[in-house]
Design a binder for this molecule. Structure first.
Ligand code: NDP
Ligand code: 8X3
Length: 253
């Protein structure tokens, strides 16, 4: 029987690639995002994979009412979720904290921290009741190191790590696994969003090096999600070969 996974932020990048690889490996998928046209396109691709069932839900993870409406009362055939991938997230801006745009902070904190919490709050009680389930939270190298221009983004990803550690301890007695994956640079829409649509600034981030690709993270998430019941990968740090820390990378001249 196919398992059920939910991937938030599946309209692009890591979330989209994760939904695809999970579907190819025996999961039915609940996919979410705000952009309904993109979500529809991903749904169509997923449905081409033999026997895959898909439920697409358009909502903003920052809005708890929308989250509750979409996720707290799922149709019964979708309610026994085996895997939650809390992926929806973003960075906005690179200004130092003393010059930053306050609305950028709100967007990052509300999406990366509160959104992850709202989604988890809806779906974790069912896992506790069933005494099984797996939550994989997407953190970042920014959840392990802080760098200039990243104060609040790094703060949100450090929060994801801290929240995940506490959840792992809270849920261990209920048979629910909690993991984090912390990628370095992955070339997705991430930098275009961070630079507010400035494609050339976004391209510069990856100039002269080979970054990770969404599929690299998706493959790793699949590996994490398919370990035997007695094995949990608590925290996986995955970096491009060309990147040694948040601030150190090897670039061709
Ligand atoms: P993308 O910008 O390609 O994807 C982000 C996804 O999150 C989109 O599907 C977007 O969907 C969704 N999303 C953003 N805000 C909201 C919201 N308010 N409500 C619902 N969905 C939302 O970037 P990535 O794939 O790179 O990012 C995925 C995750 O990986 C993020 O948590 C990011 O912080 C993390 N990460 C990324 C790294 C990188 O270098 N790219 C490295 C380490 C971690 P939509 O716009 O349709 O709502
Ligand atoms: C994204 C990676 O280094 O841009 O989480 O913060 S980084």
């Amino acid at each position: 029987m196919r398992k059920i996974a939910i991937v938030t932020g599946a309209t692009s990048g890591i979330g989209e690639a994760t939904a695809m690889i999970l579907a190819q490996n025996g999961f039915n998928l609940i996919i979410t995002g705000r952009r309904s046209d993109k979500l529809k396109a991903v749904e169509e691709e997923l449905l081409k994979i033999d026997d895959t069932k898909v439920l697409s839900l358009v909502f903003d993870v920052r809005n708890n009412e929308e989250v509750q409406k979409a996720l707290c009362n799922l149709p019964s055939e979708w309610s026994n979720i085996d895997l939650l991938v809390n992926n929806a997230g973003l960075a906005v801006g690179t200004e130092p904290a003393h010059e930053a745009v306050i609305d950028d902070w709100e967007r990052m904190i509300d999406t990366n921290v509160k959104g992850l919490l709202y989604v988890s709050r809806c779906l974790t009680p069912g896992m506790v009741e069933r005494k099984k389930g797996h939550i994989i939270n997407i953190s970042s190298i920014a959840g392990k190191e802080s760098y200039p221009g990243g104060s609040v983004y790094c703060g949100t990803k450090h929060a994801v790590s801290a929240i995940s550690k506490a959840m792992r301890i809270e849920l261990v007695q209920h048979g629910v696994k909690v993991s984090t994956i912390a990628p370095g640079m992955v070339e997705t829409e991430f930098s275009v969003v961070r630079f507010k649509g400035d494609e050339s600034k976004a391209e510069n981030v990856y100039k002269g090096l080979t970054p990770l690709y969404a599929e690299d993270i998706a493959e790793t998430i699949l590996f994490m999600a398919t370990r035997p019941a007695h094995v949990n990968l608590d925290d996986v740090l995955i970096m491009p070969t060309d990147q040694a820390s948040a601030r150190d990378a090897r670039r061709d001249q």
